[in-house]
Design a protein around this ligand. Structure first.
Ligand code: 1GP
Length: 241
């Protein structure tokens, strides 16, 4: 079954835009789940992503179990590490950091993940993950010891995304980094979108409705927002469904 990916494709064909709320188990209190998810349920959100750069083992699993008690939205792992993989979620973004040249994050962690994936029903979605420079060092950069692609190197970003697609990846994720000062620019999003056949995810530094609409209008199919909700839950009011 590839139902989550098929639904993403189906939504895009119908001109619908998708929004994922990112919950980082490292920054989230499990006691707050029910209240927080209630707000997500009332918002435009279509997906819940769970993941972070540094998370204690089992925290992700506990959080996913709790989230699923309160929502029907698909819960998708966006893992910073193999330890964050749990079969309690619906799907897994199997991320390859194709903007970097650290073999561990291109293929190494993936090999280590296989024993965890063998007996699960998790829908595994191969995803080309592209980190784009945003003016300050991000957690992804530190953890993976890779450099982001400069935002002015549009051709390199486009070619990286296209190479990911031709390698068989099913999604491309343009990432400015959690809490980025400025999101991925319209020019980057539209240039990448023009060349891609597969769905495009955009995240990092999106903090208001205007930036969200801007990402959609530039060609993002699915936008990911984390920090704006973590810092100010009233942001949900801007995104009422
Ligand atoms: C981070 O793209 C996501 O990996 C979301 O970023 O936390 O800045 O919304 P923000």
């Amino acid at each position: 079954m590839n139902s989550i990916y098929r639904n993403i494709e189906y939504s895009i064909k119908n001109g619908e835009k998708l929004l994922a709320v990112l919950i980082d188990p490292d920054k989230f209190f499990i006691e707050k789940v029910s209240e927080f998810i209630e707000k997500i349920n009332k918002s435009l959100a279509t997906h819940i992503f769970v993941g972070g750069s540094t998370v204690n083992e089992h925290d992700t699993e506990f959080l996913v179990i709790e989230i699923k008690k309160h929502t029907k939205l698909p819960v998708i792992l966006f893992p910073g590490d193999v330890t964050q993989i749990t079969n309690k979620a619906h799907a897994l973004l199997f991320l390859s950091l194709i903007s970097g040249r650290n073999p561990e994050y291109l293929i190494g962690k993936h090999v280590n993940a296989i024993s965890k994936l063998k007996n699960t029903n998790l829908e595994v979605i191969p995803t080309g993950y592209i980190l784009i420079e945003n003016g300050k060092e991000t957690a992804v950069e530190k953890v993976t010891k890779t450099k982001p692609i400069p935002r002015k190197s549009i051709e390199e970003i486009v070619n990286t995304a296209k190479a990911g697609e031709l390698l068989g990846m099913k999604l491309i994720y343009l990432e400015a980094g959690s809490g980025a000062k400025t999101p991925v620019t319209s020019q980057i999003i539209s240039s990448v979108k023009q060349e891609l056949e597969i769905p495009l995810i955009v995240g990092g530094g999106i903090r208001n409705r205007e930036q969200l609409e801007n990402a959609y209008n530039s060609g993002a199919d699915l936008v990911v927002i984390g920090t704006a909700f973590e810092e100010d839950e009233s942001f949900f009011n801007e995104l009422k469904g």
